[in-house]
Design a protein around this ligand. Structure first.
Ligand SMILES: [Zn+2]
Length: 432
C-alpha cells in the first residue's frame, strides 16, 4: 500500500481539532506523580474509543523491588496502573514499535503564579497551556494522532503498534519498569518480543536523544541541638549546616562540569550536571535554634559513572561537610525517588535511522541530536532490553515551570513523523 508524505501531512492537518481536544481533556485530568488516576482513566477511555483493548499493568513494587533499576518509591502502590494497548494486525507482515509515554506530571507550584489555572488548558497563539501539556501528554496524543491519521487514509500498520501510558516517571521510573517487567515475565497479554523499537515522545523539540545523564534523589536529614536564641551558641543549628552542605555540593557540581571531566557527548552542553536543592524543611520558629533540617536534593552525573559510585562520592562530601560544621550534628542520608544510571543510545540502529528519515521527510530537515541533562524512562528500555530506543517529541516551553505550554504546529510535525515512521518501519496494509 502506497501512502505519500503529502497525504500524511494532510491527514494530520485534518486531525488538529482532535489533537487539541484530546490534549485539553488529558491536561484537565490532573495527574501529579502518585495521584495519576484521572489521567489513567482518561487515556484508558481514549484507547478504548480507538478500538484497542488497553490492559492495566498494576504497579506492584513487591514484584519490582529486587530489579537493579528499581527506584525506592515516594508513594504507595495504591492500585495504580499503567495502560498498555496494542494494535495487532490479523496478518502481520511488518515490524513493530512501542510508543511509551508518562501520564504523571510534576507539582504546579502556586496557582496564583499561573496566567490560567494549570489544569484548565487554554490555546493561545499556537500554544496549548497547562501542567503536563508539554511534559508529556502532548507526545502521547501525537502517537495516537499518527495512528488515527493512517486509519483516516484507509490504512493500518502491518506490524504491532503499542501504546504504553505509564505513571511514576517524574519521581522514580517504576511505571515503565513495571511494564517492561510484565512484558518480560508473561504477566501481560503483550510480550517484549512484540516490539522492535521504542519511542518516547518527551518534549525535546523534535530532537533525537543520544544520551542522558544519570540521576538520583537524596534526602539529607540533619539533627542539631535546639536552644533559646539568647544563648544561641549553646545550640547547634542544622539549617545553617544544611546551607553549608549545599554550598559544598555546588563545588562538586562545578568539578563534574569542568571541561576535562566531561563525558564527550555532553561537551557542548552549557551546564550538563545539575545538583538541585528542591525542598528544605526544618525549624519551628524564628527565636529557637532549630532541631532538624531535611534537604531534598537531585543529583545528576555522567553516563560513565555508576549510580552507586555517584551516591558514595556525594554522601562522603555531605558527611565531611557536616562533621566540619559541628561534631555535635548527626546526619542520615536516604535515597528515595528518582534513581537511574546515565545511558548512551544507539541512533545508528535501523529503527532510529528510520525515525530520523521520517522526521526529515515531514519537515525537510534532519533532526538534531541532543544529550539530555535530565533522565527519562528510555534508560529502562536501554538497560533491560535489546530494543533500540530514543526520545522524540514536540517543542514545549516552561516544563516543570509556570505556564507550561506545547506548540501545536510542532505536535503536528511530530505526529506526522510518527505516522511516516509507521509507514516506513512497520509498513501499512489496507484497513480491515
Ligand atoms: Zn517527561
Amino acid at each position: 500500500m502506497n501512502i505519500q508524505t503529502s497525504d500524511i501531512k494532510a491527514a494530520i492537518d485534518a486531525l488538529e481539532p482532535y489533537m487539541i481536544n484530546t490534549l485539553s481533556g488529558f491536561v484537565a485530568a490532573p495527574s501529579v506523580s502518585g495521584r495519576e488516576e484521572p489521567a489513567a482513566e482518561f487515556i484508558e477511555q481514549e484507547l478504548t474509543a480507538m478500538g484497542l483493548e488497553p490492559e492495566r499493568i498494576l504497579l506492584n513494587n513487591d514484584l519490582l523491588k529486587d530489579l537493579p533499576l528499581y527506584a525506592c518509591p515516594c508513594d504507595p502502590d495504591n492500585g495504580r496502573y499503567n495502560l498498555l494497548a496494542r494494535f495487532v494486525p490479523e496478518n502481520p507482515t511488518g515490524r513493530s514499535v512501542l510508543f511509551n509515554g508518562h501520564i504523571d506530571v510534576v507539582p504546579t507550584g502556586p496557582e496564583s503564579m499561573w496566567t490560567h489555572p494549570p489544569f484548565s488548558p487554554v490555546v493561545r497563539d499556537g500554544w496549548l497551556y497547562g501542567r503536563g501539556s508539554g511534559d508529556m501528554k502532548a507526545g502521547i496524543v501525537c502517537a495516537l494522532a499518527a495512528f488515527k491519521a493512517l486509519e483516516n487514509l484507509g490504512a493500518q500498520p502491518a506490524g504491532i503498534v503499542g501504546f504504553n501510558a505509564v505513571l511514576n516517571e517524574e519521581d522514580g521510573g517504576n511505571g515503565s519498569l513495571a511494564t517492561v517487567h510484565a512484558l518480560q515475565n508473561a504477566l501481560s497479554k503483550a510480550r517484549l518480543t512484540d516490539f522492535d523499537a521504542a519511542i518516547i515522545p518527551e518534549p525535546f523539540a523534535e530532537t533525537l536523544l543520544t544520551a542522558q545523564v544519570g540521576v538520583f534523589w537524596m534526602f539529607v536529614e540533619l539533627t542539631g541541638k535546639p536552644a533559646h536564641v539568647a544563648y544561641m551558641n549553646k545550640g547547634v543549628n542544622p539549617i545553617e549546616a544544611g546551607i553549608a552542605v549545599m554550598a559544598n555540593l555546588k563545588e562538586l557540581e562545578a568539578e563534574w562540569n569542568a571541561p576535562e571531566n566531561r563525558h564527550p557527548l555532553f561537551k557542548d552542553e552549557p551546564h550538563p550536571i545539575n545538583f538541585n536543592l528542591g525542598t528544605i524543611q526544618g525549624g519551628e520558629w524564628n527565636s529557637s535554634v532549630p532541631c532538624t533540617c531535611t534537604l531534598g536534593i537531585r543529583i545528576g552525573f555522567f553516563p560513565d559513572r555508576p549510580v552507586e559510585e555517584a551516591q558514595r562520592i556525594v554522601s562522603e562530601r555531605v558527611r565531611t561537610t557536616v562533621a566540619r560544621a559541628n561534631e555535635a550534628l548527626t546526619v542520615s542520608i536516604r535515597f528515595e525517588g528518582q534513581f537511574g544510571p546515565g545511558v548512551v543510545f544507539d541512533l545508528e540502529a535501523p529503527p532510529m535511522k528510520a525515525l530520523a528519515q521520517s522526521h526529515a521527510k515531514i519537515t525537510g530537515e534532519e533532526p538534531r541530536r541532543i544529550a539530555c541533562t535530565a533522565t527519562t524512562d528510555a534508560r529502562i528500555f536501554r538497560l533491560m532490553s535489546d530494543m533500540p530506543v530514543t526520545c522524540y517529541g514536540p517543542v514545549a516551553k516552561d516544563i516543570h515551570g509556570i505556564d507550561e505550554a506545547v506548540s501545536i504546529e510542532s505536535m503536528k510535525r511530530v505526529a506526522g513523523a510518527m505516522a511516516q515512521f509507521i509507514v516506513d518501519w512497520c509498513g501499512v496494509q489496507p484497513r480491515t
